[in-house]
Write a protein that binds this ligand. Sequence first.
Ligand code: SF4
Ligand code: SF4
Length: 123
Amino acid sequence: MKKEDLENLCLRCGICCHKKVVGPEGLFFIHPTAKCEHLDENNSCLVYEERTCLRIEQMVSQDGVLPSHCPYTRLRPGYLPGRMVTEGEFEEWLSELQQIKKRIEEGMNLLRQAKRNGLDYPL
Ligand code: SF4
Ligand code: SF4
């Protein structure tokens, strides 16, 4: 497909530029309103040529980034879309992730301490 035809598939909804967080199954949760700071009120990217985020080809090759209504998802049969969630669900999952991170850090600290005490396999 020519670059111009590829660009024309876009509905300019801007959803792929909303904030995302990886969900429990590796597919992204998409925030309903929070957007990238470079997206203007017409859903145009203010830094399009210099952007460092994923290009459309990369988003198509990675499940869970694009929303289900995005025409680009049809370019790869079997594409698993990301899910737009409510603000509450997004915040709840973020807080759960922080708890998981805290538990991992606590576990790592215990392992380091055990190692310092000469125990390689404390569990
Ligand atoms: S989600 Fe798809 S249709 Fe919407 S702006 Fe992004 S690429 Fe375009
Ligand atoms: S840099 Fe541009 S294309 Fe990338 S997420 Fe932000 S607004 Fe979207």
